[in-house]
Design a protein around this ligand. Structure first.
Ligand code: GTP
Ligand code: MG
Ligand code: ZN
Length: 355
């Protein structure tokens, strides 16, 4: 790469960012690995260090999504005498995983930025839910990242259960890659490893207790992230409380997330097309160009449902989602835990990043 910042390539920097990087002459570029309000842990080719969002930046940017989040690239100034850098600029995001904020506001909350692939994790044991999966797919595509589906805990179900879940996913027309694994027997772990490419960023999302942190620990080859004690099959207690960007030995960048039930649908119309490409494809055969595929005569989509070419369930989901994507908020149950000891976290994370 001819990029001026080629030394950042390992951290996910590409020509796309290079073409948009507008930093001051005294600034350097770094990637955000963890966030606690205006306190950041960032990394560049020299390693990991602390940074603060400059007061002037906070003054000009008030919306939550304008603050740096995990995965963001920032311009910062670093004086040799200061322990932490001052962030002046947030670089344009290539992709954004986000959800609507709680409450009535139409603002949204960033989950992670500049993610190449979002790995949507469900346990095939108790957590599996096709409709929720389809909602996740819409949100992921809407943010510009590629989705991948991962079913965990295959050791806890009969092979037929897994097979029928996989068949359900396929029947729904999901085109994203689907993987399955067990963290107990290790079956499928190598397949996941093979899909994680160096310098690409992967974000794990899914309900609490499905095994996101366990997988990342497995990939790391050590117990870096805290996971639910008890060999829990019960989902729902939030163990991970913080997002963080971790570099695997193979060079892939992964982001762990606290469990969340739903991402919420925000302006997901753009994302609907790709999860329901079969429906949007059929729509070109409808008599009316603005056909809503609900009751109009000559609707090719309903004809396909009637003839069995299109699954009734997939069609129902489409109608439901289309209603919801008009900024309708889905509830999500992520507990907000107050952050007790960011300093200690930064210290251990720094150590991990530098190893
Ligand atoms: N049987 C079985 N248990 C698993 C598997 N993967 C994870 N677990 C267990 O499931 C529990 C939850 O795993 P975590 O990795 O903490 O789940 P998480 O998705 O990170 O949960 P949050 O951090 O709360 O979002 C732990 O007790 C794990 O040991 C698996 O493949 N099979
Ligand atoms: Mg976790
Ligand atoms: Zn129609």
């Amino acid at each position: 790469m001819t990029s001026r910042h080629a030394d950042l390539t390992r951290l996910g920097w590409t020509e796309w960012f290079e073409a948009r990087a507008a930093c001051g002459p005294a600034d350097t570029i770094a990637r955000v690995a963890a966030v606690d309000r205006d306190l950041l842990l960032v990394m560049d080719h020299t390693g990991a260090f602390r940074a603060k969002v400059a007061g002037s930046y906070l003054h000009r940017h008030h919306a939550p999504h304008e603050l740096p989040c995990v995965g963001d690239w920032v311009c910062l100034e670093r004086h040799p005498t200061d322990e932490s850098g001052q962030v002046h600029t947030l670089l344009e995001r290539r992709t954004a995983l986000r959800r609507k904020s709680a409450g009535a506001s139409v603002d949204y909350q960033m989950i992670a930025a500049n993610v190449d692939c979002v790995i949507i994790v469900q346990s095939c044991h108790r957590d599996f839910n096709l409709k929720r999966l389809e909602r996740y797919l819409v949100v992921v595509r809407d943010g510009g990242a590629d989705p991948c589906v991962l079913l965990t805990k295959t050791d806890l179900v009969e092979p037929e259960v897994l097979a029928s879940e996989l068949a359900e996913i396929r029947a729904a027309g999901v085109t994203a890659p689907v993987l399955s694994l067990s963290n107990v027997t290790q079956e499928g772990v190598d397949d996941l490893k093979r899909t994680l490419l160096p310098a690409r960023t992967y974000c794990f999302v899914g309900s609490s207790g499905v095994g996101k942190s366990t997988i990342i620990n497995r990939l790391l080859g050590r117990e870096m992230l805290r996971t639910q004690s008890l060999s829990g099959t019960g989902e729902g207690r939030h163990t991970t409380v913080r997002r963080e960007l971790i570099i695997l030995e193979g060079g892939a960048l992964v982001i762990d997330n606290p469990g969340m039930r739903e991402l919420g649908i925000l302006g997901a119309e753009g994302g609907m097309g790709s999860s329901f490409s079969d429906i949007t494809g059929l729509a070109s055969g409808c008599r009316y160009g603005n056909c809503s595929h609900s009751s109009e005569p000559g609707c090719a989509v309903r004809e396909a449902v009637n003839s069995g070419d299109l699954s009734q369930e997939h069609y129902d989901n489409y109608l439901k989602l289309r209603g919801e994507s008009a900024f309708h908020q889905l509830s999500y149950g992520e507990k907000r835990r107050k952050d007790r000891d960011f300093g200690r976290f930064i210290k251990s994370a720094k150590k991990d990043l530098e190893e």
